[in-house]
Each structure stands twice: as structure tokens, then as C-alpha cells.
Unconditional design. Structure first.
Length: 492
């Protein structure tokens, strides 16, 4: 097994373990804050993040992806990119403060002024860490990155819950974000040991800036498409309605975000190293794609069948309305599990312009759905969002794969077995839920239902669908990779 393969396997293991821990940490803080804060607190912060989230995307200017994607890169280039990121962060902090009065006027909510101004500090702090984080990704040092992310999350969660206990309300949510950014920035600087030099006009920099600009524009369009409904709900339905929607949305997005964070960075870094070897790139991508879907499907089934119970246990009894939002949005867990890996393929293959064109089509489609559902409130918007994404799924896949080495048939073969296993698990889980009825508490229904899925799905996938050999080989590769790392550590 070559060194790259070993690094990818080790990185994937580190990310999966780290994101699993991160998932439960996030779930814990969501549960804690849901009981300490009111829907209006989450709604107020969501009102600001509709705008500050756009600025957050611009902080990196896509230059972290440019650093990771480029075959060879010099210290001068990275240093210049660092100063570009820092300048962008400073400008965004000032712009954020400048937009505060407009937000107050738009939402008729004076409390947004202070929230928006203080949020601006995060852009400067985040800019300090962009290139250092990209260097760790480029070197496939995902174990280090995972430890840093977990540390920053633990510290920030402790700070956020402490502030909520102290009665600081919505400031606890913002404070948690800022603390996480500070801890992360300090740790990546210490881990890399890299000190940026002065900015210089380096060769090849124009191409990297162009790549970064395209990636940023793509992310910006996607962000607007997937967050415009929050602006509409906040403006026309108020902070309480937006808070209910945001918690349901956040619970759904948590599944997708953690899985994408666990594998996406490693996949992009690894595939970028295989640009000159398209056949290996195809093999690695399809294996990774099958793995992502295999992990996405049981989560989708669990959330779809036991939506009321999940919200009841995680958020508590006062968030019953969020269960409807959560259930309506669960199809997007599977949809993003299907389409997110295609973005890794496009970026690693240098097809970022196509990704941007796709985003420019998605945005008006999804926003049109929001406008149609808006008159029905949060539930109408959630239903319209899921419907739009379902309608777009097949065209998205075909457009992404057009002209690449991977055909729709290849993708279907990689996805087919997990999909069949997931369908069988869903049928059994639904039967279990009907048998349980209302006789058990939310917690016990989750425990019994989750246990059923945990047994049926792997059995179907590994034995009935014949995926056992695939995972046995993966386990062997992982075992060899870990033993190599152990020997290298002892030799060092």
C-alpha cells in the first residue's frame, strides 16, 4: 500500500473518530442551550448570521482550498495568501459593523446592533488561522487538526453553557463562536510552527487567487440559496418562528455537516494529489462515495422515522413545533450525502467553474421554493426546501458527472447496495415504531428503534448485499496503516 493511501486512511480514521466525538459534543450543547434559552434567543442570532454568514465565507476567500489543491506551493506564496486573508478579515469586520444599523431597521429589532458589531471580531480572528489550517490539511495532518477542533469545541461549549447559566441569553451563542475561533487560531499556529513572511508578488499567485475567487463565489451562491429562507422568516414571521425553524434546521444540518467535515477535507486533499492519475482518482472516489452513503443512510432512516422522539429528547418539550420542521427536512440529509461528494470530485479535478455554474442554477430554484412556501410559515418553507432539492437531485448528478471518468452507472453501482440496505432498515424501523406506539417514552423509543436500525442495516449491507469484502479490505488497510504509523513513531 503506497504512502498516500496510508495517509488518506489514517486521516479518514482520525476525522471520523473526531467528528463522532464532535457530533455528540454539539448534540450535548444543543440540548443544554435548548433548555437554558428561549426560541427568541436563537432567532435573534439567526437573524444576524444570515448576513454575517456571507462575510464568514469571504474570510477565507477560497485561498485555503487553493493552498490545498495546488500541486506545488512556495513559502512566499503561502505568506502572501496569509496577508491577503488578513486584509480581507479586517475589511469584513468593518463591513459587518457598518451593516448593523441596516439589520436593525430591516428586522425592527434594536438588539441586533450589538450582536452584529461584536460578530465582526470573528472575521479577523478566523483570518489568522486560514493558511495555517490549510497547511495542516495539505500535509494530511488530520489527527492534529481533529485534536485542535475538539479542544476548541470543548472550551467554547463550556464557555457558552456557562454564559447561558449566567443569564446572558443570546450572547452565550455568540460568545461560544468567538471562543472557539480564538482557541482554534492559537492551536493551529502552535501546531504548524509556521511564521508568515512579508507579502510578495510570487509566480503562480494569480492562478491561486483565481481558483480561490471561484471557490468563494460558489460558496457564496450556495450559502445564499440555503439560508435565504431564514432572512424571509425573520422578516415576515418574527424571531420566535425563526428560532423554531433554526433549531429544526440545525438538528438536520448537524448530521450532514459532521459527516462532510469528517471525510470531505481528507477526500479533497487526497483526490487533489491524484490529478495526474485519473484512474486511481476514479477508484478512490467511488470507494469514498460508497462509504459516505453507507454512513448517511442509517442516519437518514433514524431521523425520518423517529423525528418526534429525537426532538423530544434533544430539545425538550417546549420545542414540539421544531419536530415538524425536523421531519420535513430529513430528506435533505440523504440528498446532501449524495451530492456533496461530487463537489470534492469537481474541485480536485480543477472543475470549480462547473461547480459555480451548478450553484447559480440551484440558487433561484431553491429561493423560488422558499417564496412559494413562505405564506405557510416555517412548515411551508421547510416543505418547499425539501421538495426543491428532491426535484434537483438527478439533474445535479448528471451535470456534475458529464465529461468526467465517472459515469452515472458507476455512481449507481457505488450507491445501489447502501440504498437497498437503507430501504430495508427503514421498513423494519417503521414497523417497530408502529408496534411501540405511544406506550414508551421518547428515550426508550429512540433506544429500541436505534438498536433495530443498528442491527438490520449492517446485516443487510454486509451479508445480504455482499459488502462484507469491501469493509474487510478497508479494515485491513486501516490496520496496516495504523501499524505503519506506530512503527514510524517508535523509530522517531
Amino acid at each position: 500500500m503506497d504512502d498516500l493511501k496510508g495517509m488518506i486512511v489514517r486521516g479518514s480514521l482520525a476525522r471520523l473518530c473526531g467528528q463522532a466525538a464532535n457530533f455528540f459534543l454539539r448534540l450535548g450543547v444543543i440540548a443544554a442551550l435548548a433548555r437554558l434559552l428561549d426560541p427568541k434567543d436563537f432567532g435573534l442570532v439567526a437573524m444576524t448570521t444570515v448576513v454575517t454568514g456571507v462575510f464568514q465565507l469571504l474570510t477565507t476567500a477560497g485561498l485555503s482550498s487553493a493552498t490545498v489543491q495546488k500541486d506545488t506551493i512556495t513559502d512566499e506564496q503561502i505568506s502572501t495568501l496569509f496577508w491577503v486573508n488578513l486584509l480581507v478579515g479586517m475589511v469584513l469586520a468593518l463591513l459587518c459593523a457598518a451593516t448593523a444599523p441596516s439589520l436593525v431597521e430591516f428586522y425592527h429589532e434594536p438588539r441586533l446592533f450589538g450582536l452584529t458589531v461584536v460578530s465582526g471580531a470573528g472575521f479577523f480572528l478566523n483570518a489568522l488561522a486560514v493558511q495555517h489550517s490549510a497547511l495542516l490539511q495539505r500535509q494530511l495532518r488530520y489527527t492534529t487538526l481533529t485534536i485542535i477542533e475538539l479542544l476548541s469545541q470543548v472550551v467554547s461549549f463550556a464557555a457558552g453553557v456557562g454564559m447561558a447559566f449566567g443569564g446572558l441569553g443570546y450572547w452565550a451563542i455568540l460568545g461560544m463562536t468567538l471562543v472557539s475561533t480564538v482557541v482554534y487560531a492559537v492551536c493551529v499556529w502552535m501546531a504548524t510552527g509556521w511564521i508568515p513572511g512579508p507579502p510578495r508578488r510570487a509566480a503562480g499567485l494569480r492562478g491561486m487567487l483565481s481558483f480561490g475567487g471561484t471557490v468563494t463565489l460558489n460558496s457564496l451562491v450556495v450559502y445564499v440559496a440555503y439560508n435565504f429562507e431564514k432572512l424571509l422568516l425573520g422578516r415576515y414571521w418574527g424571531a420566535d418562528a425563526l428560532g423554531i425553524y433554526e433549531r429544526g434546521y440545525r438538528l438536520v444540518n448537524l448530521q450532514t455537516a459532521e459527516l462532510n467535515a469528517a471525510i470531505g477535507g481528507v477526500a479533497f486533499s487526497g483526490l487533489s494529489r491524484l490529478q495526474s492519475d485519473p484512474f486511481r482518482l476514479k477508484s478512490y472516489f467511488l470507494k469514498g462515495y460508497s462509504l459516505v452513503l453507507s454512513m448517511t443512510l442509517p442516519v437518514t432512516v433514524f431521523c425520518a422515522v423517529f423525528a418526534d422522539d429525537i426532538v423530544g429528547v434533544v430539545l425538550g418539550p417546549k420545542w414540539g413545533d421544531a419536530a415538524v420542521i425536523f421531519r420535513l427536512l430529513t430528506p435533505t440529509i440523504l440528498i446532501f450525502g449524495i451530492i456533496n461528494p461530487l463537489a470534492w470530485l469537481l474541485y480536485a479535478s480543477g472543475l470549480q467553474v462547473r461547480s459555480l455554474k451548478i450553484a447559480l442554477v440551484i440558487a433561484p430554484l431553491v429561493i423560488s421554493g422558499y417564496l412559494i412556501g413562505l405564506s405557510y410559515g416555517p412548515t411551508g418553507v421547510a416543505c418547499a426546501y425539501s421538495a426543491a432539492m428532491i426535484l434537483w437531485l438527478i439533474p445535479h448528478i448528471l451535470w456534475c458527472l458529464h465529461g468526467t471518468l465517472i459515469s452515472p452507472r458507476d455512481l449507481l453501482l457505488a450507491a445501489g447496495r447502501p440504498l437497498v440496505a437503507g430501504t430495508a432498515a427503514a421498513a423494519v424501523a417503521l414497523g417497530v415504531k408502529l408496534c411501540l406506539g405511544e406506550s414508551e417514552s421518547h428515550f426508550w423509543r429512540l433506544l429500541i428503534g436505534g438498536g433495530t436500525i443498528a442491527v438490520i442495516y449492517p446485516w443487510m449491507l454486509l451479508f445480504f448485499m455482499g459488502q462484507k469484502a469491501f469493509y474487510v479490505d478497508l479494515f485491513k488497510e486501516l490496520k496496516i496503516s495504523v501499524s505503519m504509523t506506530t512503527r514510524e513513531g517508535r523509530a522517531g
